[in-house]
Design a protein around this ligand. Structure first.
Ligand SMILES: [Zn+2]
Length: 139
């Protein structure tokens, strides 16, 4: 019997140095402890990609995707292409629909939804710099 790996206890998998960038924006690697396939979208949170051919899936779902991940089981539950959605409002509405469908906001839910698109940068709400005084002021 294999010794239990560190990540078995901590549920935090550490990727090997070697990482493969996938065409969908995710990064694939192998856990240095349990040697299972990992996938990450932000290079910080790594999930097991067991039971999922990530490369193949990336081919069939080019473009932006939403991925439903079970944080307790550490497994990808579902991946949904949303390239047909054109506006952020549509994406938000779709996310809300999924949240309802999968009970994401219910207490005790272990599912999270990850968006393959980088988070929208918050625009700094600093006012525009004062425009240069028009020359007409100088008499
Ligand atoms: Zn591991």
């Amino acid at each position: 019997m294999e010794a239990l790996t560190q990540c078995w206890f901590t549920r935090v998998h550490r990727p090997e140095r070697e990482r493969r960038r996938q065409s969908d924006g995710s990064v694939a690697s192998t856990c240095r402890y349990c040697h299972r396939q990992l996938v990450s979208w932000d290079r910080e949170n790594w999930s097991l990609s067991d039971g999922l051919n990530v490369s193949r899936l990336a081919e069939t779902t080019n473009g932006r995707t939403l991925t439903l991940i079970d944080m307790v089981e550490d497994l990808i539950v579902r991946r949904i292409s949303i390239r047909h959605l054109e506006t952020e409002a549509e994406v938000d509405a779709f996310k809300a629909e999924l949240a309802t469908q999968y009970g994401l906001n219910e207490p005790g839910s272990t599912l999270v939804l990850r968006d393959s698109a980088p988070p929208a940068r918050k625009r700094k709400s600093r006012p525009d710099p004062e425009p240069e005084s028009p020359a007409t002021d100088a008499i």
